[in-house]
Design a protein around this ligand. Structure first.
Ligand SMILES: Cc1cc2nc3c(=O)[nH]c(=O)nc-3n(C[C@H](O)[C@H](O)[C@H](O)COP(=O)(O)OP(=O)(O)OC[C@H]3O[C@@H](n4cnc5c(N)ncnc54)[C@H](O)[C@@H]3O)c2cc1C
Length: 402
């Protein structure tokens, strides 16, 4: 395996880093103190600049208007963009749209691609992914309660979902619902495309998360599907294949997340080191950085980030070369390892900033609030650890080790 960065990618990453530094980081102070919708017009201006630079939709297929980067290449892009909370949305490779593009591209029929995928890649519409339910454990999705029952040419959907990220203002949701309750457990659910203007798609509220309800793209909705009727042609992929399609969505998505989190690590680490050198804490002029405990945080963070980064690049390489299924141990490991690395690094950086770290005068408090969730979504830490350990133990069954 080879993680050397091609000349093409070095140029692209250089352009992105410059854009993040010059165009996005200066906008952050306003972003942190304003509603997302208020910021949208100026973000749209930045998106036009990105299109002109031909850096739009880096991970989406080239034939559909994206840059068509490989997973490993896009990982590097995601890391550079992750340094700012505005990065992924401005370059149009944000979750949950990125995952939806992937499954629409792989499983959508021609009509679905024309109606939903094309405008989604062009940035004309947004989407959301509606799987987690209020009353059922998201960690065990086979316990879904939402149903889609055939009636004439339609499906009639009933269910209570939440954490449907970015549903507010989205054009359509990809909804996971039980279509075949009598089938084998893993063949009971399907993915169905539901335009959000469909009667019965009822957005109850944007859930307050760590004190913020947010709006539009920057929100997480609770949704009641109440006799929500859509044509059967809105089925995405084969009926009963919802879980298989979800797996396709999650593998590469975890690389995107992990590399974004490594971008956050980099930003928090830079801020921590800068502050450690600048902050004088004694009349003799000594700085925070002269203290052993701060140096230990810096040394630990540097090593942990490097280890997490190499593991993530390796997982991306494995997916690109042997496929997501064969790479699942690597994917599980990085999901919890990188999420926890990021949480520790952000926490240390915030601590080094003292009271300033708790304010929105730096981006650290934003990262602290928003990124705690990394240990929960796309499989909580414990779920990944349980299934990884189970697979590892299986390989030892019947073996004698001395
Ligand atoms: C910010 C954010 C955005 C999200 N966006 C989306 C989205 O766009 N679409 C969507 O459908 N969902 C989304 N989710 C939901 C997310 O996928 C679920 O929260 C997650 O799957 C966990 O499900 P749960 O909340 O029901 O927790 P539960 O399943 O109830 O689990 C609670 C806790 O129990 C523990 N646990 C669970 N199972 C096990 C086990 N087998 N062994 C040991 N411990 C276990 C874990 O610590 C876990 O955190 C989002 C969540 C957050 C926080």
């Amino acid at each position: 395996m080879d993680f050397s960065v091609s000349e093409k990618m070095q140029t692209i990453i250089g352009m992105i880093n410059e854009f993040v530094d010059k165009e996005l980081i200066p906008m952050e102070a306003e972003y942190l103190s304003h509603d997302f919708l208020e910021m949208l017009p100026v973000i749209r201006e930045k998106q036009e600049m990105v299109k002109k630079m031909e850096l739009w939709a880096p991970n989406f297929p080239a034939e559909l208007g994206g840059m068509g980067l490989s997973l490993l290449e896009h990982g590097l892009v995601s890391e550079a963009l992750g340094r700012s909370p505005l990065g992924h949305f401005t370059f149009w490779c944000q979750a949950p749209d990125a995952g939806n593009v992937e499954i629409l591209h792989m499983f959508g029929n021609d009509e679905q691609k024309e109606t939903y995928l094309k405008p989604l890649i062009q940035g004309k519409i947004r989407s959301c992914f509606s799987m987690t339910e209020v009353d059922m454990p998201g960690s065990n999705p086979v316990m879904l309660e939402t149903t889609a029952v055939k009636d004439g040419d339609d499906y009639v959907i009933n269910g209570h979902k939440w954490y449907t990220t970015a549903a507010d203002g989205a054009e359509f949701a990809i909804v996971m619902a039980v279509t075949n309750p009598e089938a084998h457990t893993y063949l009971q659910a399907s993915m169905i495309i539901v335009p959000t203007k469909t009667p019965g798609f009822n957005l109850v509220r944007n859930i307050p998360v760590m004190g913020h309800s947010g709006s539009d793209y920057a929100s997480h909705a609770e949704i009641l599907y109440q006799s929500c009727r859509v044509p059967q042609k809105n089925l995405l992929g084969p009926e009963g294949h919802g879980f298989a399609i979800a797996q396709e969505r999650l593998g590469p998505g975890r690389i995107h997340h992990c590399m974004r989190w490594l971008g956050i690590c980099k930003r928090a680490f830079d801020l921590m080191c800068y502050r450690a050198n600048e902050r004088v804490i004694h009349p003799d002029g000594s700085t925070l950085g002269s203290r052993q405990i701060v140096r230990q945080w810096i040394a630990d963070s540097a090593a942990e980030i490097e280890a997490a980064r190499l593991m993530t690049l390796n997982a991306a390489w494995q997916i690109d070369n042997v496929g997501a299924k064969a790479a699942r141990d690597h994917i599980s490991m990085i999901k919890y390892l990188v999420a926890n690395t990021m949480n520790r690094v952000v926490d240390r950086a915030l601590q080094v900033h003292g009271g300033l770290g708790m304010t929105d005068d730096t981006v650290l408090a934003y990262f602290f609030r928003h990124e705690r969730a990394a240990r929960i979504y796309d499989g909580a830490d414990e779920v990944h650890k349980m299934s990884l350990a189970k697979r590892i133990l299986k390989t030892y069954e019947g073996k004698v080790v001395k």
